[in-house]
Design a protein around this ligand. Structure first.
Ligand SMILES: NC(=O)c1ccc[n+]([C@@H]2O[C@H](COP(=O)([O-])OP(=O)(O)OC[C@H]3O[C@@H](n4cnc5c(N)ncnc54)[C@H](OP(=O)(O)O)[C@@H]3O)[C@@H](O)[C@H]2O)c1
Length: 275
């Protein structure tokens, strides 16, 4: 283990995030648990630290606040940490319309815009040859990204509408960044955990009884769900989507999506003040 190198896991106290963190700590990596609610997730950090002394630290990061993202990234820079991997695991799917500190719809704000800003601000701290993993979902197939992407309101809000948009946008950004960072040999991939039995999916005791019947046999445990991000971290390739231990190139229709340039330009414009 290189003692100056760190792996950042966002949402490290969540179901899949804690499985990712525990696995990396057991392998001897230094893991920074980037958590929204430090008080809630500190017992987990202490538990993992007992199992693997000296491997985990916890830091506050609220992806629903661009100020919080900026101070997290500044903190990493000030400490001079070399980041060997950034695992963007945190995510939300809200039943009701909510907004971030800056007024963006929460799912888009956390899963895409906040994650975008965090990644951009951390780029100078990520070592050449390092890796960045984003978390996608099967819902990317039903999501849309167009010039109305940021326009969700309380009136036109639907949780799957918002969530699928955010995951498609994340996948488009993954493809964009994979290409952009190839000169630095930074591996950029998306991890799709599958359908995992977590707080997110348990949310309303299931979508409906039919979905429960269909999905229950294929539902994974958080440990199984964590495999996608862990395999992405361990595999030296870029621009791929990982589904547990299998992976394939991000499809051409997403690599060449007509709204990717617009999306990245908009995200850059909306976050200029924090860069
Ligand atoms: N479960 C599935 O079937 C499934 C399928 C495909 C993709 N995914 C993706 O997998 C990832 C992990 O989800 P999960 O299923 O493990 O759900 P989870 O248990 O609800 O974990 C979500 C994590 O994200 C964190 N988070 C939420 N809002 C945040 C914010 N504003 N700032 C920082 N962190 C925030 C949560 O922190 P708090 O606990 O403090 O809120 C929690 O640690 C997500 O990106 C999700 O979209 C899940």
């Amino acid at each position: 283990m290189n003692t100056n190198r760190y792996i950042i896991v966002t949402g490290a106290g969540g179901s899949i995030g804690s499985a990712i963190t525990r696995s990396l700590a057991h392998e001897g990596h230094n893991v920074i648990m980037a958590c929204r609610n430090v008080a809630k997730d500190t017992p987990l950090c202490q538990e993992i630290d007992k199992e693997c002394p000296g491997t985990v630290t916890i830091m506050q990061l609220d992806l629903a606040s661009l100020d919080s993202i900026k101070s997290f990234a500044d903190n990493i820079k000030d400490k001079g940490y070399a980041i060997e991997a950034l695992i963007n695991n945190a995510g939300v799917m809200n039943k009701k319309y909510r907004t971030t500190h800056e007024g963006y719809e929460m799912t888009i704000g956390v899963n895409f815009l906040g994650t975008y800003l965090l990644t951009e601000l951390l780029l100078p701290s990520i070592v050449d040859g390092g890796s960045i993993t984003f978390t996608t979902s099967l819902t990317r197939y039903i999501g849309t990204v167009d010039e109305h992407f940021f326009d969700l309101t309380a009136d036109n809000y639907g949780r799957f509408r918002a969530y699928s948009r955010s995951k498609l946008a994340t996948t488009l950004y993954t493809a964009h960044l994979a290409q952009k960072l190839s000169a630095r040999n930074i591996h950029v991939n998306a991890a799709d955990p599958g359908v995992v039995d977590t707080g997110m999916i348990r949310m309303d005791a299931w979508f409906d009884p039919l979905a429960d019947k269909l999905f229950r046999p294929i539902i994974s445990t958080p440990r199984q769900g964590a495999l996608s991000a862990l395999t992405a971290y361990r595999t030296p390739c870029s621009g791929e989507i990982f589904e547990k231990t299998r992976h394939h190139a991000i499809p051409k229709r997403l690599r060449q999506h007509r709204y990717t340039s617009w999306l990245i330009a908009e995200a850059e414009r909306l976050t200029t003040q924090w860069r």
